[in-house]
Design a protein around this ligand. Structure first.
Ligand code: PHE
Length: 338
């Protein structure tokens, strides 16, 4: 037993890692361990009663000693492993920076428009993305059988409402709510049944504008359009007005912006050098009537800025599909990190 004890003490002293200590435990106290077998194979037949007693006591002492030493070593090794790990912790290293995100380019353009329009006395209203058929179509002089509905197919909800196809849906809504005179813009998200390509999306943003007052004319409309575009692009931009048809304006126009990518020469983004940007016109008398406004007394203009298109122009984004991609790297290119 003295030999075993000596051998054990050498072994345990040499064991450092908890694996090595475990090996020592198995070697001595395992089922086929040295101490275990020694106890099992002891020949008691030749021992006196006193010798048996002494043998038993010594064997227990040896077992206890081994168990205790193993436990102590195991504890020591845990401590040193932890200390070893914490030695790898360097508190002077810079932490992991957490990205807080960035404003979406459409949000940035929207905020900019809101500021410019507020400076001109417009109020900002947000309208309803989920609209009634009445405000989205009927009130805007687009009855159920009107062909204009074909171009604005959308998502119909089971409760009979629709996802608005344009922010124009807020025109009569705001007339009902605030009456005339009114100056307001309605920026927001719109939805259409569209085949997606570099310049079409089923989900896009517009910013509607509405002015109703006495003696409003096309001259007022053009002046306001020029002011915002030069504010947004921070330079003089070329625009042109073409006649355009929308059932809720009379006369109606398409305001085109000269392409800022190619300077009007023609490119894949614009086609012929012009970007269709702001459909507009004087409000149709039927729309004023739907809003309980007397067309004999009041007139007004309305416009629908393609917010998504405007952002594409302003930031040089050539494919509309980036906007809804959800790729943070896209957003982060445009500056303001909050
Ligand atoms: N709502 C029209 C569209 O989305 C645009 C528009 C707005 C036209 C206001 C005229 C006046 O196509």
């Amino acid at each position: 037993m003295d030999n075993i004890q000596k051998q054990f003490l050498d072994d345990i002293a040499a064991a450092v890692t908890s694996d090595q200590i475990e090996q020592v435990r198995v070697k001595y106290l395992g089922r086929k361990g040295i101490i275990t077998l020694f106890a099992k194979n002891a020949d008691f037949s030749k021992m006196t009663v006193d010798e048996k007693k002494e043998f038993g006591v010594k064997l227990n002492e040896l077992k206890n000693l081994a168990t205790q030493k193993l436990q102590d070593s195991q504890q020591m090794s845990n401590v040193s492993e932890t200390v070893g790990k914490s030695a790898e912790l360097d508190l002077t290293l810079p932490g992991n920076a957490r990205s807080l995100g960035a404003l979406h380019p459409i949000t940035m353009v929207q905020m900019e428009l809101e500021t410019v329009f507020e400076g001109m006395g417009f109020r900002v209203l947000y309208g309803h993305e989920c609209e009634t058929e009445f405000y989205n179509f009927e009130a805007l002089n687009i009855p159920a059988d009107h062909p204009a509905r074909d171009m604005q197919d959308t998502f119909w909800l089971t409760n009979g409402r629709i996802l608005r196809t344009h922010t124009s849906a807020s025109q009569v809504r705001s007339l009902h709510r605030f009456g005339a005179p009114i100056r307001a813009i309605f920026p927001g998200r719109c939805f259409r049944y569209e085949a997606i390509d570099p310049s079409h999306e089923n989900t896009f943003y517009q910013c509607e504008g509405l002015v109703v007052d006495k003696d409003i004319s096309v001259a007022n409309l053009i002046a306001v359009m020029k002011t915002i575009l030069s504010e947004v692009f921070k330079r003089n931009v070329a625009v042109r007005l073409r006649p355009g048809f929308f059932p809720f304006v009379e006369p109606g126009f398409e305001l085109d912006l000269q392409c800022l990518f190619c300077g009007g020469k023609g490119c894949p983004t614009c086609g012929d050098g012009w970007i269709e940007l702001i459909p507009c016109g004087l409000i149709h008398p039927k729309v004023l009537e739907a809003g309980n406004i007397n067309p004999g007394e009041y007139s007004g203009f309305a416009f629908g800025v393609g917010l998504t298109r405007l952002a594409m122009m302003k930031f040089g984004i050539r494919d509309i599909r980036h906007f809804n991609s959800g790729d943070i790297r896209f957003n982060e290119q445009f500056g303001v990190i909050l």
